[in-house]
Design a protein around this ligand. Structure first.
Ligand code: SF4
Ligand code: SF4
Length: 92
C-alpha cells in the first residue's frame, strides 16, 4: 500500500445526508481549470462533460480545505459537516 492508501485506511467516514460542499454550477461551467478535480486528494470532484455538471462525492471528503483555497472563481461553498458527521482519524 502507498502512504496515502495507508492514511486513508485509518479514516472513518460518517456521511451527512446533505453535502457540506456546494459548488456554484454556473461558475463551474465557466471554469477553465476545474482545478478542484485534480487538487482533491480524495477524488471528491468529477467533471461530467455530458451534463456539464460538477459531481461532488462529498462522502469521501477529508476536510483538508484545499478545494476552497484553489477554486478558480472562489465560488465553492464549503462548511464543516454538522456535529458528529464527517471524517474521523483513527489512531494506529
Ligand atoms: S475550481 Fe471551483 S469553479 Fe472550478 S470546477 Fe471546481 S468548484 Fe467549480
Ligand atoms: S476539503 Fe480536501 S478532501 Fe474535501 S473535497 Fe476539498 S480538497 Fe477534497
Amino acid at each position: 500500500m502507498s502512504n496515502l492508501e495507508d492514511k486513508l485506511y485509518t479514516v472513518k467516514y460518517t456521511p451527512d445526508a446533505t453535502s457540506h460542499l456546494q459548488p456554484v454550477q454556473e461558475c463551474c461551467r465557466l471554469c477553465k481549470s476545474k482545478i478542484c478535480t485534480t487538487v482533491c486528494p480524495a477524488g471528491v470532484y468529477e467533471w461530467d462533460e455530458d451534463n456539464r455538471k460538477l459531481i461532488v462525492n462529498y462522502e469521501n471528503c477529508l476536510e483538508c480545505g484545499a478545494c476552497r483555497i484553489v477554486c478558480e472563481s472562489s465560488s465553492l461553498g464549503w462548511e464543516y459537516p454538522k456535529g458528529t458527521k464527517g471524517v474521523t482519524f483513527k489512531q494506529g
